[in-house]
Design a protein around this ligand. Structure first.
Ligand SMILES: Cc1ncc(COP(=O)(O)O)c(C=O)c1O
Length: 441
């Protein structure tokens, strides 16, 4: 396996291996009771004092950490000459998306949006070069696409079927414009043919033949222009392969990833070449995600990589062998009850992430370190009880507990605003998409 690209700054200590909270942080010195004090415990005191007197629950982004991730992601592509497209679904806050482009400079180019309505909202707020990564041909989305394109927006919509293309073509032709489309290539791994599919279920376009048939169709249709290709290898980009104390599991995962990368790199390259041979001049070939920045960066057929979760580095983006991000986004709950000794109950907290039903979708209680859920209750709608580790920093009523969401952007669907911290102080409060009245999905 490749060596990990060194992050610009180390995380403040690894959080609990499981959301249920095994202490795994870097020890920073002995504390009363013989337990080692971790970096997370030190950070707990820091954030506790920063937010003293604030109303909980709250969510915050530590910009010193966030900025390290901006630099780090750029470094992963420094020698590949690929630009980085920002996956806005994993941020969902205009102020932070803007910060990535301002701080990151020319390494960053374009946004990977998650709906057409979001693309319209981004364009209205000064952003452009927007690739909507998931298809939708409902009437309201197509009308908005036509409207924004007519206003000069550079928006491109994902498609993977003749039906998608035909609907867009009709609307583009009627409006007398050309709508930009991108074709989605399925990058799943099928070592045993179609009977085994390892990856996400999205585009039906898996083989070169399937893609070329649609490219030929796109060439003939008026009202649309085929501008890009996208091949997102979810089975590499969002699968952790560096779990603490899981040597055998990690080895197997890395072997599987290596085989999948070899297969998909060859296939993606052949498809992109075949599309060029059809006389199509693509503006971009997009690939990858935060967890595959290194491997996708090495693929010559790709012109740009995507990154989103890298910036918040939530619970599910902790254990990658090739990349390492600094956790930067957290939420805090207040302790409202002490049901018994060595136990606390927080108000709210049931912010469970989407996707497969699994323990790792729960919020990750990271500060103080070593807190554990009670399995019968886990993270609750109105209350979240937690067991304290031995010699935990003292926690009483109204004290905070800090968590990470398992996924990145979903945090912002729970909060109207984010506190932004800089140099250990509250710099400002900024609205999330939700705070601006936008629940796009
Ligand atoms: C099409 C596509 N590209 C890239 C990504 C990677 O995003 P992130 O970096 O937030 O994991 C995703 C995530 O789901 C995706 O759907």
């Amino acid at each position: 396996m490749e060596k990990k690209v060194k992050p610009a700054g180390k995380p403040a200590g690894k959080p609990a291996g499981k959301p249920a909270g095994k202490p795994a942080g870097k020890p920073a010195g002995k504390q009363k009771g013989g337990r080692m004090k971790s970096d997370w415990d030190i950070d707990y005191q820091k954030y506790k004092s920063i937010f003293a007197g604030e109303r909980f629950p709250l969510a915050f982004v530590d910009l010193d950490r966030f900025d390290k991730n901006i630099d780090y992601v750029a470094v992963t592509q420094a020698k590949t000459f690929k630009t980085i497209r920002v996956a806005s679904k994993s941020i969902r806050c205009l102020s932070l998306i803007k910060r990535i482009f301002e701080k990151g400079g020319p390494a960053y180019k374009g946004i990977l949006a998650f709906t057409m309505e979001e693309a319209g909202f981004l364009f209205d707020n000064g952003f452009d070069d927007i690739l909507v990564a998931y298809p939708s041909v409902q009437q309201s989305d197509v009308s908005l696409f036509v409207e924004k394109t007519g206003q000069g927006a550079d928006i491109c919509l994902m498609a993977d079927s003749a039906q998608h293309l035909e609907i867009l073509s009709r609307s583009g032709r009627k409006a007398g414009i050309r709508l930009k489309v991108c074709l989605d290539m399925d990058m799943s791994y099928r070592p045993l043919g179609s009977s085994m599919h390892i990856g996400v279920r999205r585009s039906p376009l898996h083989t070169k033949g399937q893609v070329l048939a649609l490219v030929k169709k796109a060439k003939q249709l008026p009202g649309i222009t085929l501008c890009g290709m996208m091949g997102y290898e979810a089975q590499i980009a969002s699968v952790n392969d560096n779990f603490p104390s899981k040597c055998v599991k990690n080895t197997i995962l890395r072997m599987f990833k290596k085989a999948s990368i070899k297969e998909l790199t060859k296939r993606r390259g052949e498809i992109v070449k075949a599309v060029a041979d059809e006389g199509i001049q693509l503006e971009f070939v997009n690939g990858g995600g935060s967890g595959s920045l290194v491997s996708t960066g090495k693929d010559d057929s790709v012109t740009e990589v995507t990154a989103g979760s890298a910036f918040f580095a939530p619970g599910l983006f902790r254990y990658f062998s090739e990349v390492e991000f600094v956790p930067s986004a957290f939420f805090g709950l207040q302790v409202t009850r002490i049901p018994q000794k060595a136990m606390i109950t927080c108000q709210g907290g049931g912010y469970v992430a989407s996707g497969e039903v699994n323990q790792n979708r729960l919020p990750w209680p990271v500060m103080p370190q070593g807190l554990a859920f009670i399995p019968m209750e886990c993270a609750g709608e109105v209350q979240t009880p937690l067991m304290l580790p031995k010699a935990c920093p003292s926690i009483g009523l109204s004290d905070p507990v800090f968590f990470q969401h398992a996924k990145a952007g979903e945090l912002c669907e729970r909060f109207n605003q984010l506190y932004l911290l800089k140099d250990k102080k509250i710099k400002e409060k900024v609205p999330t998409y939700r705070g601006q009245g936008n629940a796009f999905l």
